[in-house]
Design a protein around this ligand. Structure first.
Ligand code: ATP
Ligand code: ZN
Length: 283
């Protein structure tokens, strides 16, 4: 049995649960519950505040967990970051009132900085040789300068709209963050094996998300040219059509290259192009 801790309610909750379910792990819905069991995989899910997840994983209350890298590094527990999950992307930034001229990090010398990330803020400034007064506050950090509580803040930003609506501007980025899967540094072999299976499934789901399955028809004399355009995993499958002189080609393409390739395919004479999602991909 592997215990995973995920955020109970917040920005990480839905995507953490989605990830588990996309791995075909069925969960007795845990709305309002503290924990629930998976029915077809040896996994138990604990629903916690995100800030508590690194600590509980380090203390063996949970074996693994999903949290923002910002929280994981701030807590500084002895856990392993086993996978980047690609969602809840944001950055930790220093921001100051927008009307103040900013001419570099020296600005922060001797200033009061409000933050929920005192360790990361202090570590960053120390590395740059800057001494500032760091005040830890939890929640609504962005209002601190406006009410005279601080000269600057260090906080999580994604679009930046919260900063703007509080009259602040971002001046330095301390780190980029996204949701990560963490694991206790010292799991028993049996749990390590379940973790491997879980990672294998996440990998298959993540790979599948960035690729599409493509099917198209082409005259036989154009097949070589089209194969050159398709950056498939291996050589594409070619199946003859009932219509004399034509074939159907099947391949897998990277979603990012998709539109670029589609144009080239059409120019090369491809017809009836179908692009379909892939559910799982195991290489
Ligand atoms: P909890 O009640 O569990 O303590 P919280 O209010 O501390 O929740 P959320 O606001 O749900 O936390 O954010 C959780 C994580 O989502 C953050 O630590 C960060 O990694 C990520 N995140 C992504 N975008 C943003 C954003 N715009 N603002 C805040 N956090 C963000
Ligand atoms: Zn939190």
């Amino acid at each position: 049995m592997l215990r995973i801790a995920i955020q109970k309610s917040g920005r990480l909750s839905q995507e953490s649960l989605d990830l588990i379910m996309e791995c075909n792990i069925k969960v007795n819905n845990g709305k309002g519950k503290l924990k629930s069991n998976a029915v077809n995989f040896p996994m138990e899910i604990l629903y916690l505040r995100d800030d508590d997840i690194p600590g509980y994983v380090a203390d063996h209350v949970a074996d693994i967990g999903i949290a923002g890298l910002n929280v994981v590094l701030e807590k500084g527990k002895n856990n392993r970051v086993v996978m980047q999950l690609g969602f809840s992307k944001c950055r930790l930034c220093l921001a100051i009132p927008k009307e103040i001229d900013y001419d570099g990090l020296e600005f922060f010398s001797g200033k009061n900085i409000a933050t929920s990330y005192p360790n990361l803020t202090e570590g960053y400034l120390k590395e740059k040789g800057i001494k500032a007064d760091i005040h830890e506050i939890s929640g609504s950090v962005e209002i601190a300068p406006g009410i005279g509580l601080a000269d600057a803040i260090c906080d999580i930003v994604s679009s930046g709209s919260t900063l703007i609506s509080n009259g602040l501007k971002e001046v330095e980025t301390i780190m980029s963050s996204e949701a990560v899967l963490i694991a206790n540094a010292d799991l028993p072999a049996e749990k390590e094996m379940i973790l491997e299976q879980f990672l294998f499934r996440i990998n298959a789901v993540q790979k599948a998300k960035s690729f599409k399955y493509i099917l198209l028809n082409a005259p036989n004399d154009k097949i070589d040219q089209i194969i050159d355009i398709l950056p498939g995993m291996k050589s594409p499958t070619v199946v003859p059509l009932a219509m004399e002189g034509w074939s159907s080609l099947h391949s897998v393409i990277n979603e990012e290259k998709f539109w670029e390739i589609i144009d080239h395919l059409k120019q090369a004479g491809a017809q009836g192009i179908l692009v379909v999602p892939i559910e799982k991909m195991i290489l």
